[in-house]
Design a protein. Structure first.
Length: 264
């Protein structure tokens, strides 16, 4: 009986530790390139955690170097940046793809990007833009919705059916009344991907932005990333995407996959 009691206590401590870790990670996710500094009150509002819990977590995260104080607010600390840079450094694809991405961006005067999924959003990992003044200006780390962007649709298109069904179920629960229209557009783009190998978003994420995207399959760990090409609607038209740019993007994706497979 005594041994069972000790095991129960150990399990409870372990469960509490996992819960605390999860809450700490949720707090760190509140910081974005658009909101790099947040107060305890703002963290409480964004995370949904109790004010006392947020205060305790921010104090601990500061001590560990994951947050730094900025007056009465907090910003991401060097420990988080080190983790982020380590993760990016492990993406061999990022450097293998960069010269080809930049060449395509320069040749077409567009923004060519590499993205991955972050829960129910997509996040930019790498952006290559031309020198053209009309090219889109977005930052690495910027998050985009899954259902209405070309990168999100291409990511969903590249998933096995069971994983796609799971994610779309989560999106349906979150989006509520907006989901039927989003789902219809997504189905249209899934059909386009089946026929042509890419997905489009024509003013559906941002009214004046057009883009095409295609999934990029990595052999290591079956990881799925997405390449996209786009720009302002007046400079990158739907016809241009369908007639030229999307095909060049798909060719780039296949070329990068080949380079990655050959890399040591």
């Amino acid at each position: 009986m005594e041994q069972t009691s000790e095991n129960d206590s150990a399990n409870q401590r372990g469960t509490a530790g996992v819960a605390a870790l999860a809450r700490g990670l949720e707090l760190l996710r509140c910081f974005t390139p658009q909101e790099p500094v947040l107060s305890n009150a703002e963290l409480t509002q964004r995370s949904g955690l109790a004010k006392s819990t947020v205060s305790r977590l921010t104090r601990t995260l500061v001590e560990l170097g994951y947050l730094r104080r900025s007056g009465r607010a907090y910003g991401v600390g060097p420990a988080v940046l080190a983790l982020g840079y380590a993760a990016l450094a492990n993406l061999r694809l990022r450097e293998l793809a960069r010269p080809q991405m930049q060449a395509l961006a320069d040749a077409t005067q567009t923004l060519v990007s590499l993205a991955t999924r972050d829960r129910l959003a997509m996040i930019y990992l790498k952006n290559c833009r031309s020198a053209a003044s009309v090219t889109l200006r977005v930052s690495v780390g910027t998050q985009l919705p899954l259902a209405t962007t070309s990168v999100g649709r291409a990511f969903l298109a590249g998933l096995p059916a069971a994983e796609r069904t799971f994610l779309t179920g989560q999106l349906a629960a979150r989006e509520g009344a907006a989901w039927p229209a989003q789902a219809a557009a997504l189905e249209r783009e899934l059909r386009r991907y089946a026929e042509h190998g890419y997905c489009l978003s024509l003013g559906e994420w941002k009214k004046d932005t057009n883009a095409a995207a295609t999934p990029l399959h990595l052999a290591e760990g079956n990881e799925l990333l997405v390449l996209s090409i786009g720009g302002p609607a007046f400079a990158v038209t739907a016809r241009q995407l369908e007639d030229e740019l999307a095909a060049r993007l798909v060719a780039l994706a296949r070329h990068v996959e080949t380079l990655l497979a050959r890399a040591p």
